[in-house]
Design a protein around this ligand. Structure first.
Ligand code: PNW
Length: 490
């Protein structure tokens, strides 16, 4: 599909075009307005944890430049803005609610509504208060209860104006990259802790859905990063089993408890040795999965956010020297030694398919997004409506003599993936929106500021913003579909 047919395509009524960021990646003001350390602030002090030993203290300075950033969104014609609230700002040290922190989000929401932009709020985009990590973090079941306190505080402050609530962003990353591979905060490398983190985030999600629902929230969902697990050799049983394991740990361990109220049988089998079980431990330790947990986790949601950047060609064989590819496609980019996120399946390898790659070294395969969206609908009859809550690409931008950023590759990436979404819709997928990652260049976690995903450039010396060609193309697409920001429907 070309850009012209993208605008004439019959997008579903009310299709939401937006862009996304996350608090830790853009706000800065790391210790202002009452905010205290999150696990990412603490992790940034570990030598080698972040490329260049960069930190989140200033980031994009969005905390101070928020009205100007909303003006850029309005100029681009965004219908919605997906952002996250920072737990460490709202409840510093996980103590009582911090009025000054909540006030920042309240002003943001007002500014968005004033500009005709729908606020799309995520409660957890990875910035746990460090004080809670010191009590065990997500490996501690009590953290799920603390999350509900935090969600309740945010709802009390913003629930009169925010209609779309997302509990978690990508629990895969915060549990498995945070607690197993250790390339994300808190940087632990402990398979049992990672499996506990998965279950406790699920529980926190389910309890928060119940709490938000009873408070009157209208639209509640979760965002998962999902992939297609493609066996390198579809006739090789070793590769087929590798794909099954990848699908289990990247997709089904999250989707099935939420949509079906049960962990997949093969996931339980693979991870029993890591504590994923309803049985009490050999020394009488409490079971990870307690009575009633799965019923809570399976509480129905109104939408599923899908983040997708690349799919995975996977093998169970060691990589051949000639084959290229990654020993592990989730290495993180910093100099600290990384473990594997694939708990119990550490032998997985990711052979190259020779596809073009972005600056993240992620393969570009737009048709993968179509395949994923169609497959989800076929696999799960109870699937709620889908929103693409992140899709985009990092490339090494250069600033032209006229000050513009002619980011041809990012523009192509975005348009090709939007076309892939259109095809998925034609083939029956119920997709209701697309948010490009990201509005701004920002703190790319363990890669620091070296990887730029923005459709708007940030000059890290002056903090000046410049809309890139991809931003202009996205704005033209939105305008062309007639889906630009007008007063959001309540
Ligand atoms: C997502 N992986 O992270 C996040 O939601 C964003 O905060 C982030 O900036 C964006 O994608 C780009 O990376 C991911 O290793 C991090 O597969 C790592 C992976 C996937 C997504």
């Amino acid at each position: 599909m070309t850009p012209t047919s993208l605008t004439t395509f019959a997008w579903p009524e009310g299709f939401i075009w937006g862009s996304a960021t996350a608090a830790a990646q853009v706000e800065g003001a790391g210790h202002e307005g009452g905010k205290e350390d999150s696990i990412w602030d603490a992790f940034a002090r570990v030598p080698g944890a972040i490329a260049g030993d960069e930190n989140l203290e200033i980031a994009d300075d969005h905390y101070h430049r928020m009205p100007a950033d909303v003006a850029i969104m309005k100029r681009l014609g965004l219908r919605s803005y997906r952002f996250s609230t920072s737990w460490a700002r709202v409840r510093p040290g996980d103590r009582a609610a911090n009025g000054e922190g909540l006030d920042f989000y309240s002003r943001l929401v007002d500014e968005l509504l004033e500009a005709g932009i729908l606020p799309w709020l995520t409660l957890y985009h990875w910035d746990l208060p460090q004080a809670l990590e010191e009590k065990g973090g997500w490996a501690n079941r009590d953290t799920a209860a603390r999350f509900v306190d935090y969600a309740t505080d945010v709802y009390a402050a913003l629930g009169d104006r925010v209609t779309h609530w997302t509990t978690f962003n990508e629990p895969f990353c915060s549990a498995l990259l945070g607690y197993a591979s250790g390339v994300h905060a808190p940087g632990r490398q402990d398979g049992r802790a990672a499996v506990a983190a998965v279950h406790h985030q699920h529980l926190a999600h389910g309890r928060a859905v119940l709490a938000l629902r009873s408070s009157g929230a209208e639209h509640i969902g979760i965002t998962l990063n999902l992939t297609n697990a493609v066996p390198r050799d579809p006739s090789d049983p070793v590769d087929i089993d590798a794909a099954r394991r990848l699908d289990s740990l990247a997709n089904r361990i999250f989707l099935e408890p939420m949509l079906l109220g049960a962990y997949p049988a093969d996931t339980l089998r693979d991870l029993e040795a890591f504590g994923l079980s309803e049985a009490t431990g050999p020394n009488g330790e409490a079971a990870l999965i307690q009575a009633g947990d799965l019923e809570i986790i399976g509480t129905p949601i109104d939408f599923l956010g899908v983040n997708h950047y690349h799919d995975d060609s996977v093998s169970g064989h060691p990589l051949a020297a000639s084959e290229g590819g990654d020993a592990d496609s989730h290495s993180g980019g910093a100099s600290r030694p990384a473990g594997s996120p694939w708990v119990g399946s550490e032998h997985l390898t990711f052979p190259s398919r020779g596809l073009p790659r972005t600056a993240m070294d992620w393969e570009v395969n737009p048709d993968g997004l179509r395949a994923l969206l169609v497959r989800l609908g076929e696999q799960y009859p109870t699937l709620p409506p889908l929103y693409i809550t992140e899709n985009g690409a990092a490339y090494d931008d250069t600033v032209a003599a006229d000050g513009a950023v002619h980011d041809r590759e990012r523009t192509q990436y975005i348009l090709d993936h939007v076309a892939s979404v259109a095809l998925a819709i034609e083939q029956g997928a119920d997709v209701r929106g697309y948010f490009v990652w990201s509005l701004l260049d920002n703190f790319e976690w363990s890669y620091g500021y070296g990887k730029r995903f923005g459709i708007v450039r940030v000059d890290y010396d002056t903090l000046e913003r410049t809309v890139k060609d991809s931003g202009l193309a996205f704005a033209a697409l939105i305008a062309g579909t007639g889906g630009g920001g007008s007063a959001p429907a309540r």
